[in-house]
Design a protein around this ligand. Structure first.
Ligand code: KMH
Ligand code: ZN
Length: 278
């Protein structure tokens, strides 16, 4: 299919490790809250849910039981694909970050390098990335490689060449994290350049540049885009989004306005090479 007739997968990231209720009073913390926000977002057009776990007081956690609760509720209420974050929070050990794999998601995020992340260090050594990839493979979980800068794309291509990752790569271009590549149109070809042609790629953009960068991505043929409170809590300048679902609905409108179609969960599975849900 031509790029413009391929559907666009919308991923929702309803809560990350950094966003709090000081940023938006509706940030979901408990597993029930995250599951409810996710299901509402799936109704609005999301096919993938990217998950971080929080304790009820908002503290990020790697506890696989929390991830399993969210995954169970999302699968009970929808066909959406679930993704656990192995990025976790900047202060988590690699062991803590990868505990979520035991919850059995369809997908997991995977880092291939280190970076400054705001005022913090976000560290993933090459051996740690290789070990996480091996563990995901042994559990049948498909990685989504998070590319915050060009070196991460070079490293991902090397991991593929060396057989640590299976092709075609599934990469998410993350634009606008302070310390990573900035959220500008030129960043997209810069991140794609080191990657193989046979690729599924999506775009995430942080904060105020989100909507226009997602439009750039849709027009450049991205296979997916991501929205949600992990990345941005505003619908428009100065106007908080009512919910994660409102951000997804807005992204879906954007996809359609630009002449493309929103992927269903079944289409997303096929595009990512995952088996149909039994
Ligand atoms: N919370 C960030 C330090 C991921 O999900 O893989 C890492 C992150 C990326 O959110
Ligand atoms: Zn994340």
């Amino acid at each position: 299919m031509a790029w413009d007739s391929d559907p666009v997968i919308i991923t929702v990231a309803p809560v990350g490790a950094e966003v709090t209720r000081e940023h938006h009073p509706g940030v979901p913390y408990s597993t029930a809250e995250v599951a409810a926000a996710s299901l509402e977002a799936v109704q609005a057009g999301a096919a993938i849910v990217h998950l971080h776990a929080r304790l009820p007081d908002g503290t990020p956690s790697g506890d696989p039981a929390l991830f399993a609760e969210m995954i169970g509720a999302i699968r009970a209420g929808s066909d959406a694909l679930t993704m656990c974050s192995t990025g976790g929070a900047v202060w988590m050990s690699m062991e803590e970050r990868t505990r979520c794999l035991d919850a059995g998601p369809d997908l997991c995020s995977l880092e291939t390098g280190s970076m400054n992340f705001g005022d913090d260090l976000f560290m993933t050594s090459r051996p740690d990335g290789i070990a996480a990839a091996a563990r995901a493979r042994s559990l049948g979980i498909r990685p989504e490689i998070e590319l915050f800068d060009v070196g991460h794309a070079v490293a991902a291509t090397r991991l593929l060449r060396e057989g640590h990752l299976d092709g075609p790569l599934n990469c998410n271009l993350v634009l606008g994290v302070p310390g990573g590549i900035d959220a500008v149109p030129d960043a997209v070809p810069a991140l794609l350049r080191p990657l193989p042609q046979d690729l599924h790629w999506s775009v995430t953009a942080i904060g105020r540049h989100q909507r226009r960068m997602l439009a750039v991505a849709v027009l450049m043929g991205a296979g997916g885009i991501r929205v949600g409170f992990e990345d941005n809590v505003y619908l428009r300048k100065g106007r908080l989004a009512a919910s994660n679902a409102e951000l997804v609905a807005d992204a879906a409108d954007l996809v359609r306005a630009l002449g493309r179609r929103v992927a269903t969960p079944a289409e997303a599975r096929a595009m990512l090479g995952l088996p149909a849900r039994g």
